[in-house]
Design a protein around this ligand. Sequence first.
Ligand code: GLC
Length: 456
Amino acid sequence: MAESVLGSAYRILNSSVVSYRDRPVGTVAARDPKMLAAENYQECFVRDFVVSALVYLADGKPEIVRNFLETVLELCGQELHIEGHEIQPGVMPASFRVERDGDGERLLADFGNRAIGRVAPVDAMMWWAVLLHIYVQSTGDRELAERPEIQRGLQAILALCLKGAFEIYPTLLVPDACFMVDRRMGVYGHPLEIQSLFYGMLHTVSDLCGANPETRRLIDSAHKRQAALRDYVRTCYWLDLERLTEIHRFRTEEFGDGSENMLNIHPESLPGWIGHWIPDRGGYLVGNLGPGRMDVRFFAQGNLLAILLGLTTWTQTQKIMDLYEARWDDLVGAMPVKICYAAVEGEEWRALTGSDPKNAAWSYHNGGNWPVLLWPFVAACLKAERRDLAERAFHIAEEKLARHGWPEYYDGRTGRLIGRRANLNQVWSAAAFVFAHKLLERPELLAWFPSNLSGE
Ligand code: GLC
């Protein structure tokens, strides 16, 4: 492989390190000197740093990851109010930065109190837990996880996520724009990406939380929730031609126990494109599900993390790969990987995005192509034993990314154009490329991620 592409990616990653009190604690989101998009790309985002962390762990440099895990946890110690409302224990920031003045340095976190649109970072606490588990798997350092403050952090996350509210389903109910898609995009309710991460977080807790008499009840309910979540997502989120046919012929208005159309999905609510887009072979987990609502858009990160974190069955994993193969131009195209398919346009775009020009059809979160998704794609392909697809996608990225200056995202139906408002030197684009390369060279790194129980 062209050494210079890897070298260029490493240059960006190495130049992005954030230090606090002389210790490396994270990486900034972008190193674009023009930084057209927004000022906060100079902060360390929790979800973005996970990709850098994977590279550091693979390179045997765990210190920065350890420092990051400790720093993010420390930031949660501060009492915080947003608009007079107190932030719950367990909530972690979307990002943080180091402020320097005459008096020295201090950390400033963003729990959504500064973010564009004041979006709630629900995924941050889950990424933190998932990364903690990967850190332990890769270093064997259980001592960090066993520390009382880390245990308290895990318990706070768990207590917050399991807190009874108005819920009926085992999935987690969240507001719009609370994960990688951090803008209004009609992804409120029970979006798949959050459910995959929630499942990964529950797995971490099962493995790393010491069950003592005080925490036993909490841990027991985590186990129950994990099993219920898995069964529900595998059954109710799944869509393939056979299932679509069932939905197409659903009876509606069924009252009481044992109804087949439990959520009262009206077949007419499904968009016209789905009938001809879904291939004979292949299927996927839909983007969102609720009463009378099935969002059949394909969200890549949710599906790929579901494979990686053990939420799909082996058959489902294979069928998701079959879908990628059958709809390659739509889902990979000119730059791996499409964030979501299909884009929303016209009236639907106005209603779902609130007329957001950055989320115009086939751009940014609304059907753009994101190089950062290369790593979960390659990892999921390898886990599914479909190395051919992983290599095919990797070579597309290898040929363009360095030449284009490591853009944040691409626009267009097949992702041929560099995104209109995309940063260059986007750190997670570079780190994802490096980690994808490492996975192809050392597939044994997959052991960091949970394996499915046998026969599943
Ligand atoms: C954008 C993305 C978000 C990412 C951030 C920093 O806001 O939507 O997912 O974390 O940029 O790269």
